[in-house]
Design a protein around this ligand. Structure first.
Ligand SMILES: Cc1ncc(COP(=O)(O)O)c(C=O)c1O
Length: 381
């Protein structure tokens, strides 16, 4: 648990990722999703991979930038799955030439040709997962999976990858997908007399961000675990981003101005929607989990919390009831460990990027200072 008093030393806005909480979260997921290997989708939060290297089985890496981050963090290459809808030849050539990467995914026939060509060039028998499409721009069709199985020469197909979307609250959907994967895998095993050893499945585990939600996660995960039993004769890997990273993250922003007019009480904070994204938020009507520091016991008032962008859309939350707020008070928004720090419109208005701190063994470690974005938005004639 973060000691909010200690935060005062650091400038706002900032993100804090609590590493002990993150590790507890992974332990919890492992205790519920038994017999599953855990793959962390790096896109959810690029600041934490090194901290969890020994707690998870693989890292799903989707871009040259994510690879660069993991490489510089000295993540074991054998633990990497190089995924992504666009794999450029220069990047993949460099990976294959210089590293022993655990696995690559194939998301198209072009990627198939590229991986075949490069594995031949470097005389490396690379291991791949073929991503089966859920009928969007990702992955290949069933017929294309079969084509790849028939025509592969230099690559070794270890398994099938399937991911259809994030924040999946419907167990029916998970059940349908698991059955679909099971049936498809059985059919290709029969047709080609091969063994598909692994299934890497993204269940899109949901995170409940808002105070008005009731969710029994224990029951939900037990049910997911029961559904996954269908695939138990394979090595099963779960690709998870949000469900791993969200709960460890805090976004801390300070009240910098306050005003009242006939429409209500307006509180301006030094952060905003450029840094804080809650999946499922609608017009700032839903109240996320947050704490205030310091906390007071005084008359309850209603406030609207606005960020510091020049747009009326920069509303973080409307109509919260709170004891009296004062300039300098801090909002500590919770569950922002996944996607929030990269999904916001962070270059808008040339405001600084927040600093990033890890909270580990009761200490803060600054892993990124505040970054000035006027350099990025400056026309450098
Ligand atoms: C292929 C793939 N796997 C896994 C994930 C992680 O999804 P989530 O954050 O819902 O767990 C994503 C997210 O976009 C993805 O594209």
């Amino acid at each position: 648990m973060i000691d909010y008093k200690l935060i005062d030393k650091y400038p706002t806005p900032m993100y804090v990722f609590d590493i002990n909480k993150l590790k507890d979260r992974i332990d919890y997921l492992k205790s519920k999703l038994i017999n599953c290997n855990i793959v962390y989708a790096v896109k959810a939060n690029t600041f934490i991979p090194k901290e969890i290297e020994n707690d998870i089985d693989r890292f799903e890496i989707c871009s040259p930038g994510e690879f660069d981050i993991c490489n510089r963090l000295k993540i074991n290459h054998d633990k990497m799955v190089i995924s992504g809808v666009y794999k450029d030849e220069v990047t993949i050539d460099n990976m294959m030439k210089n590293y022993e990467i655990g696995k690559y995914t194939i998301e198209s026939l072009e990627q198939f040709k590229l991986l075949e060509k490069l594995s031949k060039k470097y005389k490396k028998k690379i291991h791949v997962l073929v991503r089966l499409t859920s009928h969007n721009q990702f992955g290949v069709t069933e017929e294309e999976v079969k084509y790849i199985i028939k025509h592969c020469k230099n690559i070794i197909i270890d398994g099938i990858e399937y991911f259809s979307g994030t924040q999946k609250t419907s167990l029916k959907k998970v059940e349908k997908e698991v059955l679909y994967i099971k049936e498809f895998v059985s059919s290709i095993e029969d047709e080609f007399n091969i063994e598909i050893k692994e299934i890497e499945y993204g269940p899109g585990l949901p995170v409940h961000y808002f105070q008005d939600e009731e969710f029994n996660e224990d029951e939900f995960l037990s049910e997911v675990n029961r559904l996954l039993d269908t695939l138990k004769d394979k090595k099963l890997l779960l690709e998870i981003g949000r469900g791993i990273a969200a709960s460890c993250g805090y976004y801390i922003t300070k009240i910098v101005d306050m005003k009242t007019n006939k429409n209500g009480n307006y509180v301006i904070v030094d952060g905003g929607i450029n840094h804080l994204v809650y999946y499922g938020q609608t017009m700032a009507m839903r109240i996320p989990h947050y704490d205030l520091y310091p906390q007071r016991t005084s008359e309850i008032k209603t406030y609207n919390i606005y960020g510091s962008l020049c747009t009326i859309n920069d509303i973080i939350v409307k109509n919260i009831s709170s004891s009296e707020l004062k300039l300098g008070d801090k909002f500590i928004f919770k569950n922002v460990g996944a996607y929030s720090s990269t999904e916001g419109i962070s270059l808008f208005l040339s405001r600084n990027l927040p600093s990033v701190l890890l909270f580990k063994d009761n200490k803060f470690i600054v892993v990124r200072n505040n970054i000035n974005t006027s350099d990025i938005n400056y026309p450098n004639y």
